[in-house]
Design a protein around this ligand. Structure first.
Ligand SMILES: Nc1ncnc2c1ncn2[C@@H]1O[C@H](COP(=O)(O)OP(=O)(O)OP(=O)(O)O)[C@@H](O)[C@H]1O
Ligand SMILES: [Mg+2]
Length: 317
């Protein structure tokens, strides 16, 4: 696999070509100082632009000066407004899905700059985007700067039963899987033939030939009968979850001449454990329980106090 394959799957590489068939989004380039802040240990929120305007407060009781990103904050707030006040955040490739436990309502729905920061800072998936996006690429290709970006997408209610992962080889749909493999959705099995036909049709009309790669994994949401929205493009290799298939099967299907197959869970007994189970108890809390890193609790509590202070300030304003 080469670096370009991964780069072609990053959000801003494909969004413009599919804008009519995907969720409205804004892309904001991230300054290196903000990327560094995301990579730092410990969770503390930056000074808001209002706090900077009021006074130059330094973090009391800490040797660290709280960083501030007033320009970025202004851009993010403008984008949130443009997108209707509720957004779904991600970076070039990944959303902070492993961190939803930290947010109110266990959801990735964000209303403010701080909501977004809290998720990004708490997520291992985001760290992966920042530190090793080219994991399976040839060693010689690892180097090189990535322009990181924050993607904000209009919040859209997506019923998990209507999300599908579509595997495309040589620009043809070779396999389709229900996206959430930890649930049985009784409405899906009777629709298998319809959905297979519709997805093939959607792909051939609106996607084939317009994506920069021959092989890719496309996530779609069936909004209505025969009506689809593109949720994401992902690399065609093991960095992408193979859902109800295995990568061995998928490579065989790509290189062979088989009929497109749609797999879904057909009965309650067929459900697979959620891949996010490992994240339901934050590993930071597991560290606490085992006493390996007490500083993490301190960081977490400081951040919570800070967040509550900030929201009290907002309310008083
Ligand atoms: N705009 C949105 N509003 C609400 N929920 C969304 C939105 N976009 C995506 N989601 C939900 O979040 C899930 C993950 O989104 P997305 O596929 O962009 O993340 P990802 O990190 O690329 O995931 P993966 O690692 O599996 O490729 C989607 O399956 C969908 O259920
Ligand atoms: Mg993805």
């Amino acid at each position: 696999m080469n670096r370009q394959h991964i780069l072609n799957c990053s959000f801003s590489s494909w969004y413009a070509n599919f804008v009519e068939h995907t969720i409205e989004s804004e892309v904001i380039k991230l300054p290196q100082s903000f990327v560094n802040y995301l990579l730092e240990d410990g969770i503390y929120l930056p000074l808001s632009k209002d706090e900077i305007a009021e006074q130059n407060i330094q973090d009391v009781g800490s040797s660290k000066v709280r960083p501030s990103f007033p320009d970025l904050q202004a851009k993010v707030e403008r984008a949130i407004n443009q997108l209707g006040g509720e957004v779904f955040p991600k970076l070039n490739w990944s959303a902070p899905r492993d961190a939803s436990w930290i947010a109110c309502g266990n959801s990735l729905k964000c209303h403010t700059f701080n909501d977004i920061i809290l998720l990004l800072k708490s997520s291992n998936f985001i760290s992966h985007d920042l530190t090793e996006p080219f994991t399976l690429c040839d060693e010689t290709e690892q180097a090189g700067q990535v322009q990181y970006e924050l993607v904000l997408r209009r919040w859209t209610e997506i019923p998990p039963s209507m999300e599908f992962r579509v595997f495309v080889g040589n620009q043809e749909v070779i396999a389709i899987s229900q996206r959430d493999c930890s649930s049985f959705f009784p409405c899906v099995p009777p629709l298998v033939d319809d959905i297979t036909y519709e997805i093939n049709n959607f792909h051939d009309r609106y996607v084939a030939g317009l994506f920069k790669e021959q092989h890719y994994v496309l996530d779609v949401f069936r909004k209505d009968k025969a009506e689809f929205l593109i949720v994401d493009f992902n690399p065609f290799n093991e960095v992408t979850d193979s859902s109800l298939f295995t990568w061995t099967e998928l490579y065989r299907m790509r290189d062979g001449d088989e009929e497109c197959d749609l797999r879904c869970i057909k009965e309650e007994a067929g459900v697979q454990p959620s891949p996010y189970l490992a994240y339901s108890m934050p590993s930071d809390f597991l560290d606490l329980r085992s006493g390996t890193d007490a500083n993490k609790l301190v960081d977490f509590l400081k951040m919570e106090v800070q967040r509550q202070d900030d929201s009290v300030d907002d309310d008083e304003r």
